[in-house]
Ligand binder design. Structure first.
Ligand code: M6R
Length: 587
């Protein structure tokens, strides 16, 4: 959720920190801060409520520094609650949640410690200061041992102006080197363009930058052997179009992202999956938010072919009890979502085979998995997931096709996967109609998204996008459920987006449209079929045609554009929706 960065550079340390923070902003943007340490051991600190631009200003002096972008959990967004937090000789930035916050606060308060902020993070720097007896590393290690919960921290000490001590448990941390600087950071994309080489820290490891060198250690101070720095991949692709927001740019990149996914999908990546594909008793799948919607489409596809397949939001996966002889497919753009990691760890501990589908090669999820498929969608920065969803679906179609083939049920639609990038570009043809729809619906206080079968999944994803960035109440429903309650809200002008991509269900969709129209509701129909588009409706949005099982990857595109247009028309920044962060690293 928050983003942390540390940097040691003889020249331009402050500028490098600031630049990394601008790329980390998607992890939180309610406050930001930087602290640097001069050779003489003096701190310079600038921290403020607001985005990274709020702390722009003259460079702070020093070769070592730490920075933070915040997504508030404990304490409101404010200058005081912004990181870094200072205590005595120490400055600290933290990502994570201290779960024993109340007990530690009471203990430290009883010992006379006074806190300036309401954050749980400030407790850690007090613990470090109290544990310090001249050994910087030992003090950080001792403080970390007292924390229940999750953390990635980077710490400066006035007695050691050439050193940054960092640690992780439950939150990502990666070390980087390049351009005359050494880094630690929450995320690889924030180092793209700065670090040429990176190496992720594993769970429980410490990273120490000292006198121009970088090393990995265990909590007892012994070095971790065998750490290898790899060349940074996945630098941002040049944008295909001039877009005002990142979300618009990322929607415009969907065809190129799908082409990237397609080019990289190799049967060999699934070689380790042969036995579970053939023999798994059940195929289980977890993800959160948009990634969860991708698992719904995946499991629906497998179940339609008779494979026992179940999915859950990762935070609700306990009842799946994935275990020995079962395959768990965990889906996450970032590969760092805490709920998804927790479900994946639990399943693996019980003996399930774990296949990760993620966009980030060095992510915690990829490291945990028995096998991994990478989206290779390029960095996705806007908080609302767009191109990653289309690419997750493509990866999952590939997994489904290979799994079904290994069970003697090859699918003809597998041949059509190669056409998806071009078809996605054709979906842009619907955008002018979508813009008219957005103009008509911009004042709505609520709306429904309906579909049947796999279109109910697309409907849920469309509704999530609208809620998330346009702040309009939206619900995605199976169209057949309408008459069992939700119809009560439909009155004159109530907006209903109806997705219909299954020919066999056109008549049932017509019935739903008629139910809405009879109450004065306004239907927008999304379909590739002329007969569906002939259903009386206020708006008709034509989709490109693909084999029906692949339609969710295409039908999502106009809905992504609709949400983005609604946000912009209502004066909201779609890249920075309130209350949210791109990567949710707390459970
Ligand atoms: O990185 P992940 O795919 O694991 O993220 C999961 C969700 O937090 C994410 O999809 C979220 O729902 C999006 N902001 C929705 O647009």
């Amino acid at each position: 959720m928050c983003g942390i960065v540390g940097c040691f550079a003889q020249k331009g340390c402050y500028e490098k920190l600031y630049s990394a923070l601008t790329r980390l902003e998607y992890r939180g943007y309610d406050s930001a801060g930087i602290a640097t340490l001069s050779e003489g051991g003096a701190f310079s600190v600038r921290k403020k409520r607001g985005g990274v631009a709020a702390i722009a200003g003259a460079p702070l002096i020093g070769c070592a520094g730490i920075g933070h972008t915040r997504w508030a959990t404990h304490g409101v967004p404010s200058d005081v609650n912004a990181h870094p937090h200072l205590c005595g000789k120490f400055a600290l930035v933290h990502n994570g949640v201290v779960e024993n916050d109340a007990a530690l606060r009471a203990e430290l308060s009883a010992q006379g410690e006074r806190f300036l902020s309401q954050t749980d993070s400030e407790l850690i720097v007090h613990l470090i200061a109290r544990a310090y007896a001249g050994d910087f590393f030992a003090a950080v290690s001792a403080a970390c041992a007292r924390i229940e919960g999750s953390y990635a921290v980077a710490v400066l000490c006035a007695d050691h102006p050439d050193t940054i001590v960092c640690a992780r448990r439950g939150c990502p941390l990666v070390a980087g080197a390049g351009g005359g600087a050494l880094y630690v950071c929450s995320d690889i994309p924030a180092l793209c363009g700065s670090a040429a080489y990176i190496c992720p820290a594993e769970e429980g490891e410490f990273v120490v930058i000292r006198a121009g060198e970088i090393g990995f250690f265990r909590a007892d101070g012994t070095p971790v052997p065998g750490k290898v720095f790899a060349r940074v991949r996945g630098a941002a692709r040049p944008r295909a179009v001039v877009a005002k927001t990142r979300m618009e740019a990322e929607i415009a990149e969907v065809p190129a992202a799908l082409a990237g996914t397609l080019a990289s999908l190799q049967e060999a990546d699934l070689s380790a999956c042969r036995a579970p594909f053939r023999a798994a008793r059940r195929v289980l799948s977890v993800g959160c938010g948009t990634a969860y919607h991708a698992t719904l489409a995946f499991c629906g596809l497998l179940a339609s072919q008779g494979v026992p397949a179940l999915c859950r939001p990762a935070s609700e996966a306990a009842d799946l009890a994935a275990g020995e002889g079962e395959l768990l497919v965990a889906v996450s753009q970032s590969g760092e979502t805490a709920d998804t990691l927790a479900a994946a760890r639990a399943a693996r501990a019980r003996g399930a085979f774990l296949l990760a589908v993620t966009n980030v090669e060095q992510s915690s999820l990829a490291a945990l998995a028995d096998a991994a498929l990478f989206l290779r969608a390029g960095p996705e920065v806007a908080v609302a997931a767009t191109k990653s969803y289309n690419c997750q679906l493509l990866c999952l179609y590939f997994v489904a096709a290979r799994l079904l083939a290994s069970r003697g049920a090859p699918q003809v639609w597998e041949q059509s996967l190669a056409a998806l990038p071009a078809l996605a570009r054709r979906a842009f043809g619907s955008f002018s109609a979508v813009e008219q729809l957005a103009a008509a619906w911009q004042g709505a206080r609520g709306m429904y998204f309906l579909g049947r079968g796999q279109d109910a999944v697309t409907a849920r994803e469309g509704a999530l996008k609208v809620k998330e960035i346009a702040y309009i109440f939206a619900e995605g429903l199976p169209a057949g459920e309408l008459k069992h309650g939700p119809l009560a809200l439909v009155e004159k002008g109530f907006p209903v987006a109806l997705v219909c991509t299954a020919r066999a269900l056109v008549r049932k969709c017509a019935a739903a449209a008629a139910e809405v129209a009879a109450r004065g509701g306004q239907v927008a129909l999304f379909s590739q079929y002329a007969e569906a588009l002939a259903i009386p409706a206020a708006f008709h949005i034509r989709l490109p045609a693909a084999p029906e099982p692949l339609m969710p990857a295409l039908a999502a595109i106009p809905l992504q554009h609709l949400a983005c247009r609604l946000a912009l028309l209502r004066g909201h920044d779609p890249d920075r929706p309130r209350n949210l962060a791109k990567s949710v690293t707390v459970e």
